[in-house]
Design a protein around this ligand. Structure first.
Ligand code: ACO
Length: 399
């Protein structure tokens, strides 16, 4: 099509699609979404069933390997990931170099990218065993790096992994352990976090997966590719939305202020954070599961007063023509921040939690990319709108 052009001075025929709203950049067998019907499946399995009966590490195996593990495969997978939870001691040293008030996502992004320097063999992306090794390492080390970024920001000593605990329990221990005694989180809260990780594990070609694929298409190592995904997730329109939801709910402050706030949204003053989605034009299936998880968590922790405001806000928005006509429904982030807050996470950690959950998805997308023989380096076209053929005048003549 690029050969079809009006004359030599005009570009060839191409699609102008800013934001790739209608452009498929790859073929993928990882995740299926039907946004109109509100369906999400990982490798063909409905998200509702996985959230109900699976574990995060089993879902990670499913995403990476394409099928559910048998008993031996599952045990080996959990063993391998548990074995690799420790990070090199030098990571501690450069973690200490970050400003005390730096955002933990920045620390996570930088430290994941830096892992490529600890595992230089990761640049050999053609060797399947080597690829799998890096995948295991990355899933294993993300909670350690995330927890250390959190401890650093709080000025607390880093806690080493406790490999007697499950993946999620271990993460909670590295975050919240305050004494020499063994930290044993409430299993109901660890389970809730495990479900949240499952819900975030993949979402086909979202902004961060696209970043992972785009950077990965240069055939760089997987740590650099995933670090690019973390960078994309850092943004407020992607992973940063649940943090923004909590700030929004706090600003609204009480149910009486909701109508005024909604009017502001309709006038275009701001967005209703946690609402709307590029793909879902129906209720996000993950938001439904999160609402249920909310109830389970609040049974243990007591109710967050912001929940009432969130529920009322949802009710009013779902009955309002502005939101109905634009098919704007709650997305995964509308309620997740409330759970994270109940679990004692400060808002700046919310996106880090998202990143830990999304890591298997990024890696599954990366693996698919590097094994796809048709994949070329990502290099979109542009519609050039600038000047042409100007004559350069040296500085001394221009000034
Ligand atoms: N509040 C108010 N209006 C909205 C919202 C919102 N949250 N989202 C979209 N709209 C409006 C737009 O202004 C636009 O209105 P218009 O037709 O009058 O111009 C219309 O709905 C269509 O919206 P687009 O911006 O075209 O939708 P797009 O697919 O580009 O954006 C996005 C999707 C970025 C998620 C958007 O809905 C948004 O900013 N939502 C709030 C942030 C958020 O919750 N992000 C989390 C997404 S989920 C995730 O990343 C895990």
């Amino acid at each position: 099509l690029g050969q079809i052009r009006l004359d030599d001075d005009t570009p060839g025929l191409c699609t102008y699609d800013p934001g790739f709203t209608n452009t498929a950049s790859c073929r993928s067998a990882v995740t299926f979404i039907d946004g109109e019907k509100g369906i999400l499946e990982y490798r063909g399995y409905p998200i509702e069933q996985l959230a109900e009966s699976s574990t995060f590490l089993e879902v990670a195996y499913l995403l990476i390997h394409g099928d559910l593990p048998d008993k031996a495969q599952y045990e080996q997978w959990v063993h391998d990931i548990t074995y690799h939870t420790f990070v090199h001691e030098n990571v501690k040293t450069f973690m200490q170099g970050f400003r005390y008030d730096g955002h933990p996502m920045g620390m996570l992004e930088a430290s994941v990218a830096a892992l490529s320097t600890f595992y230089p063999e990761s640049s050999n992306i053609t060797d399947a065993d080597n690829r799998n090794m890096q995948i295991v390492r990355m899933i294993a080390k993300m909670p350690t790096l995330g927890a250390w970024a959190f401890r650093h920001a709080q000025g607390k000593p880093y806690v080493y992994p406790d490999n007697d605990l499950s993946y999620t329990e271990n993460f909670l221990a590295m975050l919240f352990k305050m004494s020499e005694q063994k930290y044993e989180p409430d299993p109901r809260l660890a389970k809730a976090l495990d479900v949240l990780f499952i819900l975030h594990a993949d979402h086909e070609q979202n902004c961060s997966a696209n970043a992972v694929r785009s950077v990965g298409s240069s055939q760089v190592d997987p740590y650099s590719s995933v670090a690019a995904g973390i960078g994309a997730l850092y943004g407020p329109l992607h992973g940063g939305a649940n943090e923004a939801v909590l700030r929004m709910l706090r600003r609204i402050g009480s149910k009486e202020n909701i109508p005024g706030f909604i009017e502001g949204v309709k006038n275009g003053d701001e967005k209703l954070m946690g609402f709307g989605h590029r793909v879902y034009k129906n209720y996000d299936p993950r938001a439904k599961i999160i609402k249920k998880t909310c109830d389970e968590v609040f049974e243990v922790t007591g109710v967050n007063p912001l929940l009432e405001i969130a529920q009322e806000l949802e009710k009013i928005a779902l009955e309002d023509d502005y939101f109905i006509s634009r098919k704007l429904y709650p997305n995964v982030d509308f309620y997740s921040g409330l759970i994270y807050e109940a679990l004692n996470f400060p808002p700046e950690m919310f996106t880090v939690l998202f990143a830990i959950g999304r890591t298997p998805g990024w890696l599954a997308q990366w693996l698919e990319l590097v094994q796809d023989k048709d994949q070329k380096i990502a290099r979109p076209k542009q519609i050039y709108t600038g000047d042409r053929g100007l004559e350069f005048t040296p500085r001394e003549e221009r000034w």
